[in-house]
Design a protein. Structure first.
Length: 41
């Protein structure tokens, strides 16, 4: 069973599209740690 609802997944996908720099990281690499931080909200 998925841990995210369809709405939560869509919101997360939008945030990924913005890119890591938009979320405060200095480069444009998505790492597993960064994804974990972003998906924890």
């Amino acid at each position: 069973m998925p841990k995210l609802s369809d709405d939560q997944f869509a919101d997360l996908e939008k945030e990924f599209t913005l890119g890591p720099a938009e979320h405060g990281w200095e480069d444009q690499r998505w790492t597993l740690a960064r994804i974990g931080v972003l998906s924890a909200w």
